[in-house]
Design a protein. Structure first.
Length: 196
């Protein structure tokens, strides 16, 4: 983990710990999320000309913050701010691009069972924004939106909730869409949340 990612996580943990928990029936919970992308951010189809071949590397780390509004009847609304990153370059070149991607999923959640262990399903929309991209030839859209579906388990241990989950996102807008470099519009991510 680089210093930049460590600083983000440390800041988010401090913010989460600064908000006092108000017991089991709290209305709002805040916390952090960390995870791993299961799919690559980009696909690089083989091209007839080697000069047009791209290479990509998806960094296997997702970090972010989360806030959830708890509603009656085991419903909830969750907003996350997640950061991912990846690299890409033309195979014949040494220099490449290292974009960061900020995602803002807004999800409706339903906890299927009451109690300390609550399986849940979630669905909603997500918006994303790429940063640190100067390759205007390959870049089609800096922003994107998509549909999110997911599920997991909410484990309540005292005032802390531990939430392992898996999410699938279908991005309806591609950031990259040239023959040699394309956005993977179907992405899956495993996340673990720690909320208070």
């Amino acid at each position: 983990m680089g210093q930049k990612h460590f600083a983000i996580v440390a800041s988010l943990l401090l913010m989460a710990c600064a908000i006092p928990a108000v017991g089991q029936d709290q209305i709002v919970s805040v916390g952090v999320k960390a995870g791993v992308p299961l799919t690559d951010a980009l696909s690089t189809p083989l091209q007839p000309s080697a000069a047009l071949q791209y290479l990509q590397n998806t960094h296997r780390l997702v970090l972010g913050a989360s806030v959830e509004l708890h509603l009656p009847a085991r419903f909830g609304i969750e907003l996350d701010i997640l950061h991912k990153s990846f690299d890409y370059r033309i195979s014949a070149a040494n220099a490449g691009q290292s974009p960061g991607q900020w995602e803002f999923p807004l999800l409706a959640k339903f906890r299927i069972l009451p109690g300390a262990i609550q399986p849940f399903i979630a669905g909603g929309v997500s918006f994303s924004r790429l940063t640190s991209v100067e390759d205007l030839i390959a870049l089609k859209n800096r922003s994107s939106q998509g549909i999110v579906l997911g599920g997991g388990v909410d484990l309540r241990i005292g005032v802390i909730r531990i939430t392992p989950e898996i999410r699938y996102t279908n991005w309806t807008t591609a950031n990259f869409d040239i023959s040699a470099l394309q956005s993977n519009q179907n992405q899956a991510t495993v996340l673990v949340g720690f909320t208070f």
